[in-house]
Design a protein around this ligand. Sequence first.
Ligand code: PMP
Length: 373
Amino acid sequence: MIYLDYTANTPTSPDVLERFCEITNKFPGNANSTHQAGRAALELQNKITESIALMLNAEPEEIIYTSGATESNNLAVKGIARSERHFGKHIITTPLEHPSVSAPLTALQEAGYEIDMVNIDRSGKVDLEHFRSLLRNDTVLFTVCAVDSELGTIQPVHEIKNILNDFPACRLHIDATQAIGKIPVDFGVADTMSFAPHKFGGLTGSGILLKKKELIIEPLINGGPSTNIFRSGTPTTALNGACETALKLALENREKNSEYVGKLNSVLREKLSCYPKVVINSPEDAIPHILNISVDSVKGSVFQQKLSEEGVCVSVKTACSTDSLPSRAVFAVSRNRKNALSSWRISLSHLTTENEIDEFLKIFDFCYKELTT
Ligand code: PMP
């Protein structure tokens, strides 16, 4: 099997698994318990939080542990909207957002919030002039992904923040799920920022929402105390320790890994562009880990299934969305419904080998000929 879907999930790194097992075995206590075992777990939990905060340029109280980026995004979007509802109910977003952002926004819309979609230019970036024109005095939130999961476009978050300086009541939520470990990420510009370690060698079922300490949001989950009042539940110390290890490895190796992945991406771009029916949808300056392409007149799901039969795993849109509709992200950059319906995504990691790329290209060639002639 050739796995080229690292944007959906990554294999857990052995160091991460070891850390998880070690904590699980050595720290059986609940970090909220007031006996010896609980105190030991709490001490470790606090150390983990301090270390994660340090790596992300945040403060320990700004870390909220969740079950994944979906929960982090829901908590940020709904939490901000609900706590700011007396001030305003206007929210701005982009067509590039993952369903874990767009679906809570739809739910908010049904509850009476007004949602505006900012235009995306041909290179996949937020149209800053249009963004400025949409902002109002009652705009309470702009939610944007630092890197989108379908095209790999990098958004100009600093320019966005500069514009927002004129609208201090509008909060900025950044979905950094596809950015951490791939590009430098600055929590400084955001009010809230989400990610999940399973995208960079960590475990599924674990996520983080960074939230500026002065910002009050309405929790989604109410219950007993945890590490932070904004998300209840027994502290997941082993998962959080595993997240710390994954984050450390991802940040330490970010540049080296990205450089290597960049070389693989260049080979793919060069070879795939030789096919007359191939359209490369990812912009040139997208992260190298994501390459979105269309094969003209072949539905993306059909090409993906053919590749899957031949042992290659790629994906159509994100793993979390239905594949019968055209990709909203690809449509936003190409303005072509047919092209958006034909799109699919190859995603790479430092674990991808040059051999796998060669093999993939051979299999692609076979599938292309089968499906286009
Ligand atoms: N945001 C983005 C940009 C993603 O790519 C994903 C995962 N595909 C998510 C959020 C949701 O992450 P999780 O699976 O951890 O809930």
